[in-house]
Design a protein around this ligand. Structure first.
Ligand SMILES: Cc1cc2nc3c(=O)[nH]c(=O)nc-3n(C[C@H](O)[C@H](O)[C@H](O)COP(=O)(O)O)c2cc1C
Length: 404
């Protein structure tokens, strides 16, 4: 135990001082970022009032940057047909959200995403992926196989990322996060499990990263070097033969050279190892209830316990792997994964990470950071029941436990 509680209190106060995000022009009021968590707060693809209130509450709770989840870069980039995508209607609603977060004293980022073949979107014209793949997630919805992307598809997706980024910057977003992890399209290119290409976009890590890096390069060139672009990248897929820590270090160095502002280090592949990124309980009952059809519910009931692997939670569960990236790079790194206490925060910052991202502790108690800053709490009371995952597919993400 620390012999001098005042010393520890003063170092936690350092985490609450202003900090520049990489070499961008953005200063955050502290070292804390709300990690993107799918909110499910949209009506027919348009963000609703709940989404604004959710992020305003987080900003008031003291987080430096709040991230909106899953801004699909086109209608076909959506995992489900009623998800938000970046178009005129959603931009109108988001403009107001940005203004209100600023009034609340926060900054706001959007996670830019393309689902690739992780799709149940029956309205999608094409289910795209690096290769022709069996879509286990969407086959019960009649979306059995993906199309291997040709040059036209690659260029169109780059255009969609660029157009979305430029539009979001124009309505006042403070930063953008390109999703290159968790088994979405760009991560499908990075992973040898889903990228079977024989051309310049498959094989070695240089080739597998070519398309995702081209997306980042074109986005940075369109929004300018001062505007913060974060990239969410897997440390590992958490699967045998998947994207490895060695690959992650390689890609991190390349992102540093491209002028990306920061890397958010995570892990897991939503369609294959979803709980690798979160750890803790699997809320199977609620996940079955949320199934979109009877066939899906029955399949989940029969095979769910066999196919969804459980990972035990421990505080700062990605630290061991993330440290390897810290040692190999100079770029600003955002640590995410199991930070749930004052001590955990100090461990991350003293290990050389520039920012600390949190998800479930802030879903449980949006005021968690204010309480840490004021010395009113030591540790989050989130128990990783992960019912918030069930709630996001019902009426919007929330914690089902009694509030702190
Ligand atoms: C309900 C829920 C939804 C999530 N949705 C997303 C998402 O849309 N995008 C993303 O990058 N990560 C998502 N995540 C992962 C979190 O951002 C984070 O990486 C993970 O929960 C570990 O952080 P924590 O231990 O602070 O919760 C989600 C996590 C939860 C619990």
């Amino acid at each position: 135990m620390d012999q001098n509680p005042f010393k520890e209190q003063s170092s936690i106060q350092n985490a609450f001082t202003a900090k520049r995000l990489g070499s961008s022009s953005l200063f955050l009021k502290n070292s804390f970022i709300k990690s993107a968590t799918y909110e499910g707060m949209f009506d027919k693809g348009v963000p609703n009032r709940k989404l604004t209130d959710h992020h305003v509450t987080l900003a008031k709770g003291g987080v430096g940057l709040t991230s909106i989840s899953y801004g699909a870069v086109s209608a076909d980039a959506r995992t489900f047909e009623d998800q938000m995508y970046i178009n005129k209607d959603s931009l109108n609603a988001l403009k107001n959200l940005v203004r209100e977060v600023h009034v609340a004293g926060g900054k706001v980022s959007m996670q830019l995403t393309h689902c690739g073949y992780f799709s149940k979107n029956k309205k999608a014209k094409k289910i795209l992926a690096p290769s022709k793949l069996f879509n286990a997630y969407g086959f019960l919805s009649g979306l059995g196989f993906s199309k291997a992307m040709d040059e036209k598809d690659l260029n169109k997706v780059i255009e969609d990322f660029v157009r979305s980024a430029v539009a979001l910057k124009a309505i006042g977003f403070d930063a953008l996060e390109i999703h290159m992890g968790h088994g979405y399209l760009l991560s499908q290119f990075l992973s040898p499990l889903t990228n079977k290409r024989k051309d310049a976009f498959g094989g070695s890590i240089d080739n597998r990263s070519r398309f995702p890096l081209e997306v980042v390069k074109k986005v940075i060139s369109a929004v300018g070097p001062e505007f913060p672009i974060l990239v969410k990248l897997n440390l590992e897929d958490g699967l045998k033969g998947g994207f490895s820590l060695e690959d992650c270090i390689d890609v991190s160095k390349k992102l540093e050279n491209l002028g990306c502002s920061a890397i958010v280090l995570s892990g897991g592949f939503t369609s294959k190892s979803p709980f690798y990124m979160m750890r803790g309980q699997i809320p199977l009952k609620g996940m079955i209830e949320n199934g979109s059809s009877w066939t899906e519910k029955i399949t989940m009931s029969l095979f769910g316990p066999l196919i969804i692997k459980k990972y035990a939670f421990k505080p700062n569960f990605f630290l061991h792997q993330a440290l390897k990236v810290r040692q190999a790079t100079k770029i600003d790194l955002v640590y995410i994964g199991g930070v749930d206490s004052r001590e955990g925060i100090l461990d991350i910052l003293s290990a050389g990470f520039n920012f600390v991202a949190l998800a479930r502790p802030l879903i449980h108690d949006p005021d968690f950071l204010n309480k840490i800053r004021e010395g009113r709490i030591e540790k989050s009371l989130c128990n990783r029941c992960n019912q918030c995952i069930v709630e996001m597919d019902r009426e919007g993400i929330k914690c089902v436990l009694d509030s702190a």
